[in-house]
Design a protein around this ligand. Structure first.
Ligand code: ZN
Length: 103
């Protein structure tokens, strides 16, 4: 089970964006990759087409889930959450630092 979901706040642990934080835009569970706002921006040269002019476009590229860590929205500390199961069987993530549930 992935510890990171869409709209989570994460911090980058390695690479050129190390230490930066962003919001998860997209998760690719089968590839263990996530797309995070403003992280791993890559420049892409695009060719002119009939509808769009060519040029350089910047876009976020997916990063490995191992390179990011969830940031707790309550205490703002990065860390791997633990999982808990509620009485109705629903799985929740809990911050190891402040003990708060992470939605
Ligand atoms: Zn916390």
């Amino acid at each position: 089970m992935l510890t990171i979901k869409k709209k989570d706040k994460v911090i980058v642990l390695a690479g050129k964006d190390k230490g930066k934080q962003g919001e998860v835009l997209k998760v690719y569970p089968d590839k263990n990759r996530v797309v995070v706002t403003k992280i791993n921006f890559v420049k892409r040269h695009t060719r002119s087409t009939q509808t769009e002019p060519g040029g350089i476009r910047e876009k976020e590229a997916p990063v490995s889930i191992a390179k990011v860590m969830l940031v707790c929205p309550k205490c703002s500390q990065p860390g791997r959450p633990k999982f808990d199961v509620l009485s109705d069987g629903k799985k929740i993530r809990v911050c190891r630092r402040c003990g708060e549930m992470i939605a």
